[in-house]
Design a protein around this ligand. Structure first.
Ligand SMILES: [Zn+2]
Length: 292
């Protein structure tokens, strides 16, 4: 009586299992039910099927984990990756030991971005069982477009003989406690400094321990321009004042933390100290473009 009951249940589970289309496109026939060894008391089962991580970037590996029970020896396992409108992808896991926790890493390289059902299929002892879990392959967002370092149009900020100097004058050069955030342009004290773009004067200030006399201009191109170490008493503009491209704003000087007359020049595409996510860029390519 017990045996009949088991077989009835087994048949039910097989007849109601979803048809599976294999790689050749044909439906796999349900295995015979009469092959169950006499005395097999338990039904084959698979439990705890999980895909980790459940959401992954394309091509990265996931781990399939599960446990089988109700069979002895080895059972055959695979995972079918299914999505509507997409061809099924089969991950063959081979023969695994029944009754043990199984963990298999698998590369998602065959999968395009999308939402999938991972269907574990375990076969053994004439039975086949299924478990399902979700798997999402999510393409990372495309990198933000690089801010164009060089914008057409503009005037070189130093109107006189100048030099870009050596490596220590460059953007990114080491300084004590920080890196150099601009390009130094060496020129004689008093050489005119002009606004490279039309815009508005954002800030005029003095910082004895650093920038000396300095000016910040909001350019009409959306970028902020910073001019430091300006000559004492040379600043010709005030905060809030509009300026034209090429308009003189001050003179090259040697104020603040400066060793020799030069203009320290910065470009901030996202605004001067506007956020940590919008640092200054290397201004040299733009300066060279303006220099012609
Ligand atoms: Zn500098």
């Amino acid at each position: 009586m017990r045996r009949i009951s088991v077989l009835t249940t087994l048949w039910f589970s097989l007849c109601c299992a979803p048809a599976f289309a294999d790689a050749s496109g044909g439906a796999i026939a349900a295995p015979e039910t009469g092959g169950a060894p006499a005395g097999q008391a338990k039904l084959l089962s698979a439990r705890g099927f999980a895909v980790a991580p459940a959401s992954i970037a394309p091509g990265k590996p996931v781990t399939f984990a599960f446990r089988t029970a109700g069979a002895s020896g080895r059972v055959r396992a695979r995972v079918d990756i299914l999505a509507p409108g997409k061809a099924a992808v089969r991950a063959k896991l081979g023969l695994v030991r029944a009754g043990h926790g199984i963990s298999v890493r698998w590369s998602t390289k065959p999968l395009a971005a999308g939402s999938y059902t991972a269907r574990l299929v375990v076969e053994g002892g004439g039975a086949r069982v299924y478990e399902r879990a979700k798997l999402a392959v999510v393409a990372p967002p495309p990198p933000a477009p690089a801010v164009a370092a060089v914008i057409a149009g503009g005037v070189f900020p130093v109107q006189g003989a100048y030099s870009f100097g050596g490596p220590d004058s460059r953007f990114g050069a080491p300084r004590s406690g920080h890196v150099h955030q601009g390009q130094d342009i060496a020129a004689a004290e008093g050489t005119p400094v002009v606004s490279p773009r039309a815009g508005t004067v954002h800030w005029v200030a003095y910082q004895a321990e650093g920038a000396g006399h300095y000016v910040v201009i909001n350019g009409d191109d959306g970028r902020d321009y910073v001019f430091m170490h300006l000559q004492d008493g040379s600043t010709l503009v005030a905060t809030g004042q509009p300026v034209a491209a090429g308009q003189r704003i001050a003179s090259v000087g040697n104020t603040g933390e400066s060793e020799g007359p030069h203009l320290h020049f910065e470009i901030w595409p996202g605004g001067w100290w506007a956020s940590k996510a919008s640092p200054p860029i290397d201004p040299l390519p733009q300066l060279q473009a303006w220099a012609g």
